[in-house]
Design a protein around this ligand. Structure first.
Ligand code: C2E
Ligand code: MG
Ligand code: MG
Length: 748
């Protein structure tokens, strides 16, 4: 083919007439243009094409022309400029098939699958093979003479539309691919901040707005901050909003964000667009709002992809909420929403790591909490705990960490000067009104100063708890600082438990002493209280006040209690055989024994096994146990009663019993606590209480026995009050079994 021939064809093209009538001026504004690359070695063709396509608008967008005069040049333009919609390509340039070769480069080497190609040639002889048109996805092949202006525009418009279609398909494929890849990323997040940041980044990327300003707002998930749950806060922020991360959403004054919040925010909509996009994801507690200020509306594809990604985000969000909840339950007390013990201990650890010297750990226990809980019900108990938590929080600066470390026990951690015992006691000076009742809360406090601490947070916590039990046991001051000798005492208790366990196993060193119970009217012994005695392997007598609490705490009391009941029954049988009158035998029962599911079975076996009439056995329960109105306690008492044994309430008067409580229980006897007997001088509070107990007993048809009677005066006072029985050193201390028969000859 001669240059002349091609020239002629080109001239036809250059002279094309305007037959479209399609020219419209491009609209103002920054609508992106379609990029068209004209590749031709003839400058006139460039000019003519420009002229022909001048001011053309396709699908609302103008055209932007790029020019190349050889295949090489075209290649380098394409490498530099992305997003070329159509290449108008001359077949014959530096070589006869330069155009066709460029097609291969575009598809195979540059990987531009979406760019449309319109081949133009001067003569039909240069038409590519059909396979080439198919394999290289060529849109159109026209000889230049065929391309009138109308045809050129039609052909170009079709190519642009198909470019747009392909691009949408590819973008949607790419978008879906991204969404699929994003799912595991979103699901891997464990906390809301990281999650929100990832979600925002993925959305911005997906919509091609990586630099956009955006926020991810959500309700605060439970985190121990009792106040902030309903507030919307910014879990993550990107772009210009980045400095607002972590703050309440009101910190940002962006009209688009406000509109979004109002329109879809928490009212249930999904996707909204204004100055950007706002997506409401999730539902219920785990609802969140994702807002991106893109400055332009989304296209259809973007909208669809955003909605698909929002499903992934919602799932991920639920996942994060679940993790946060698990975390919450692992480190917070759900009732008070305060840190729990594990959390408290790790905060002490943090303090130790920071080397805080002048800090104190305080453990504060609400005295008698379990009694209050039992007497007034768990709901009131819960309200009481919340009231205490609130008081403590209000009573100390934020710097002081507050935790609930167990039942009625709270932990405080703060600078020495803020945590003096007096400051803690001051918090409880006024009574608390709980559920309409005014309750005076009596705290006990154990403290340890970090300056004196050795070991880890666990050790410090344990030491403060040891100091707390010391404060409770001594009951003089309501607080104690931990000292080394307390630790020694605690270690001794541990040693004691070890020895006691051996004694229980080998039944070695354990014995019972018996204290007579005397009828005031006849002056005769009517019963005996069995009291445990223990001599350890080193020959030391360990008093019950030391070993009983350890046995209760370790549940060893269940085993020991069985031994006591069996031995007491056997003793009664032996005395019967020896011809003693039919005495009553009182046996002490601890709450831990009572809670043991085998308790009733065990008691029956002991009593029936020795052939003793159950009516001669009396179980002494504590007042707090009598107060525990749970169905199982009442039911156990009733069943024991039906079996025939009688029930006495020991150390009566110091708890919270009310007439109503006592009436519901199948009781036989009240034992006036020896503290009131010791204080029986006329007009003293002890005598008032003793008298009240006697009256209460009569009212309920119960016998009243006074324990700890040491003097004639006490006996006389009690007799005058109408008390029926006494027990105490005045008549006899507890004695070994073989010394007991002699006491029966004695009268009051
Ligand atoms: P409790 O059941 O209230 O027993 C009465 C305690 O008062 C006994 O102390 C007794 O020795 C003491 N006592 C008796 N008369 C007088 C007196 O006139 N003045 C004074 N100051 N004290 C008097 P003990 O034997 O040391 O026992 C103390 C507590 O240990 C008992 O108090 C009881 O709660 C518990 N305990 C003893 N043996 C057992 C047992 O076998 N099982 C259980 N669960 N607890 C037991
Ligand atoms: Mg007793
Ligand atoms: Mg007692």
């Amino acid at each position: 083919m001669s240059r002349g021939g091609r020239k002629a064809a080109k001239d036809d093209f250059v002279d094309i007439v305007d037959d479209t009538g399609a020219d419209r001026p491009a609209p103002a504004g920054a609508v992106p243009a379609w990029r068209i690359l004209i590749v031709d070695d003839e400058r006139e063709v460039h000019a003519a094409t420009l002229f022909a396509l001048k001011d053309l608008i396709v699908a609302g967008r103008p055209l932007e022309f790029l020019h190349a005069y050889s295949a090489d040049e075209a290649r380098s333009v394409m490498e530099r400029m992305p997003g070329i919609a159509v290449v108008l390509l001359d077949v014959v340039m530096e070589k006869d098939d330069a155009g066709l070769q460029l097609v291969r480069v575009i598809r195979d080497e540059l990987g531009c699958a979406d760019t449309r190609i319109i081949l133009r040639t001067g003569q039909p002889g240069y038409a590519p093979e059909l396979e080439v048109i198919r394999d290289y996805d060529i849109n159109d092949y026209k000889t230049k003479s065929e391309l009138t202006r109308t045809r050129l525009i039609t052909s170009l418009t079709t190519a642009i539309r198909s470019y747009e279609q392909i691009r949408l398909v590819l973008e949607s494929e790419r978008g879906m691919d991204r969404i699929v890849r994003s799912a595991p990323v979103l699901l891997a997040q464990r906390n809301i901040g990281d999650f929100a940041e990832k979600a925002l980044g993925l959305m911005a990327d997906l919509l091609g707005d990586a630099g956009a300003d955006g926020v991810f707002c959500t309700r605060r998930l439970p985190n121990g901050d009792a106040n902030g749950e309903d507030q919307l806060f910014i879990a993550a922020a990107i772009g210009a909003f980045a400095p607002f991360g972590g703050q309440d959403v009101v910190a940002i004054s962006d009209p688009g964000l406000f509109e979004a919040l109002e329109r879809c925010g928490m009212s249930g909509g999904r996707l909204h667009e204004s100055n950007g996009i706002a997506l409401c994801v999730g539902s219920g507690e785990t609802r969140a709002l994702l807002y991106l200020r893109t400055g332009r509306p989304l296209n259809d594809l973007g909208r669809r992809l955003a909605e698909v990604l929002s499903v992934s985000i919602a799932t991920g969000l639920e996942n994060v909420a679940l993790f946060q909840k698990l975390d919450f339950f692992a480190y917070f007390d759900p009732l008070s929403r305060l840190p729990n013990r594990a959390n408290f201990v790790s905060r002490i650890d943090e303090c130790l790591r920071r080397g805080e010297q002048d800090w104190t750990v305080a453990v504060v226990e609400v005295d008698h909490f379990s009694d209050i809980n039992a007497a007034l019900g768990h709901l009131t108990g819960d309200l009481l705990l919340k009231a205490v938590a609130k008081r403590l929080r209000a009573g100390f600066p934020d710097e002081v960490t507050l935790a609930r470390v167990s039942g009625g026990t709270f932990g405080l951690l703060g600078p020495d000067g803020m945590l003096e015992p007096a400051q803690v006691l001051a918090v409880f000076e006024e009574p608390s009104v709980v559920d309409g009742q005014s309750l005076m809360i009596q705290p006990y406090i154990g403290l340890e100063r970090l300056s004196e601490a050795e070991g880890s947070g666990t050790d410090v916590f344990k030491n403060a708890t040891i100091a707390l039990s010391r404060a409770k046991n001594e009951r003089r001051e309501h607080w104690q600082y931990f000292t080394r000798d307390m630790q020694v005492a605690a270690q001794q208790r541990l040693g004691l438990l070890h020895d006691l366990r051996h004694a229980a196993e080998a039944k070695r060193g354990l014995s019972l002493h018996f204290q007579p119970q005397v009828d005031i009217a006849s002056g005769k012994v009517v019963g005996a209280e069995a009291l445990m005695r223990w001599q350890n392997d080193r020959g030391e007598d360990i008093p019950p006040y030391r070993f009983i609490p350890v046995a209760e705490y370790s549940h060893l009391i269940i085993e020991l209690g069985e031994w006591v009941l069996r031995t007491a029954c056997e003793q009664l049988r032996d005395w019967d055989r020896a011809g003693l009158p039919g005495l009553r035998m009182s046996v002490n029962v601890s709450p831990a024994q009572f809670r043991d599911p085998d308790f009733i079975g065990m008691a029956r076996r002991c009593i029936v096994g020795t052939g003793i009439d159950p009516g001669r056995i009396e179980l002494e329960i504590t007042e707090s146990m009598a107060l525990t109105e749970t169905e199982t306690v009442v039911e156990t008492l009733r069943r024991m009663k039906r079996f025939g044994v009688s029930i006495a309430v020991d150390d009566f008067g110091s708890g919270f019993s009310s007439l109503g409580h006592l009436q519901r229980l199948p009781l036989d006897r009240l034992k006036i606590d020896r503290a009131f007997v010791a204080d029986l001088s006329p007009g003293s509070s002890g005598s008032t209480i003793a008298e009240t107990i006697v009256k209460l007993g009569h009212l309920l048809g119960l016998t009243v026995i006074a324990e700890g009677v040491e003097t004639r005066e006490q006996l006389d006072t009690l007799r005058q009050m109408g008390c029926q029985e006494v027990q105490g050193f005045y008549f006899s201390p507890p004695v070994p079994a073989d010394a007991f028969p002699a006491l029966l000859k004695k009268t009051l």
